[in-house]
Design a protein around this ligand. Structure first.
Ligand SMILES: Nc1ncnc2c1ncn2[C@@H]1O[C@H](COP(=O)(O)OP(=O)(O)O)[C@@H](O)[C@H]1O
Ligand SMILES: [Mg+2]
Length: 296
């Protein structure tokens, strides 16, 4: 039987409360069910992130695959829809899926070689941008969450959240983020976005040098995709070089990309504030540097 990692149980309880505990409690039986139903045998220790348990498996005689189990919520339920739409181009292939539980069988990639282990972070940002070009070439399938709706909700929640930010320069910075967001909000785009393409959500493989995993898909503008690669492996001196590398590689309008990235920085700050936490300094620094590019 597969041991459920303690750390995954702890993060599930912390972020998802009772639902998270119930998900963890049900995991062993769920794993047994799918090993049996899809003719799989375990092939190594499980991996996990904040959300999911991923078990390396072999299907039938020799197909190496990965069984992914995660709690179903509005962010995770559309993952198979996106993977199917990409059909392996820039992303991991979906081999099978159970809509009732959200359990997925994925093509096996090399979990020991995430892009986060690449020694050159600027080159890693360029690789992320190259993947984003391919992923966002696909139009979003119908029924996905939509950046227009997300942006409207964000701008509605902003004034109340800002009123709780005590420090004036931070309030002003976030107000500028909201203005930049409002300027691009009317044209939110229709591409299939990944939402969370940071360096641990890119794995090496034999089929392609690098492939994306773990999308939290939505329909929108590719310029909304840059923040994870600036925030993950954060380096203050690399904010603008990485931003320029990515906008260049993706042929994005710099001002629009700055505005959509500020929208995400604002979103993170609003989420933090609503939880009674101060906005993360890295996040604010990214917003600050991008604000300066809007007027240069
Ligand atoms: N297709 C795959 N092949 C091999 N390992 C995988 C695969 N998908 C995920 N993993 C491993 O499982 C971890 C968690 O999976 P991920 O889909 O990123 O979920 P989370 O939302 O928890 O981050 C990854 O960081 C990676 O180590
Ligand atoms: Mg992940």
């Amino acid at each position: 039987m597969t041991d459920i990692p303690e750390e995954l149980a702890a993060t599930q309880a912390r972020y998802n409360g009772e639902a998270g505990r119930a998900f963890i409690a049900a995991l062993p039986a769920l794993i047994t069910t799918f090993l049996d139903r899809w003719n799989l045998r375990p092939d190594g220790p499980p991996r996990y992130g904040v959300c999911a348990l991923v078990l390396p498996v072999v299907r039938g005689h020799d197909t190496r695959a990965a069984l992914k189990l995660q709690l179903q919520d509005p962010e995770t339920t559309d993952e198979p829809l996106a993977l199917r739409a990409w059909a392996g181009d820039g992303a991991v292939r979906l081999l099978d899926h159970d809509p009732a539980t959200g359990t997925m069988l994925l093509e096996r990639l090399d979990a020991a070689r995430p892009l986060s282990s690449h020694p050159d972070t600027r080159e890693a940002a360029r690789i992320v941008a190259g993947l984003l070009v391919r992923l966002t070439a696909t139009r979003a399938p119908r029924g996905l969450r939509d950046l227009g709706d997300i942006t409207r909700a964000l701008l509605d929640r902003t004034p109340k959240a800002l009123a709780r930010v005590p420090y004036e320069p931070v309030r002003r910075l976030l107000t500028d983020c909201a203005s930049a967001t409002a300027e691009v909000a009317a044209d939110p785009g229709d591409r299939l976005l990944h939402w969370d393409l940071h360096y641990d959500n890119v794995l090496a493989s034999e089929r392609a040098p690098w492939l994306a995993i773990d999308p939290k898909p939505l329909a929108g503008d590719p310029a909304f995709e840059l923040l994870p690669a600036l925030l993950n492996r954060f380096d203050v001196d690399e904010i603008l070089p990485r931003f320029d590398t990515m906008t260049g590689e993706m042929s994005l309008d710099r001002a629009r990309a700055a505005a959509w990235t500020m929208a995400r920085a604002l979103q993170n700050a609003v989420w933090a504030t609503e939880e009674g936490l101060p906005p993360a300094p890295e996040n604010l620094e990214i917003a600050r540097r991008l604000r300066s590019t809007l007027h240069s």
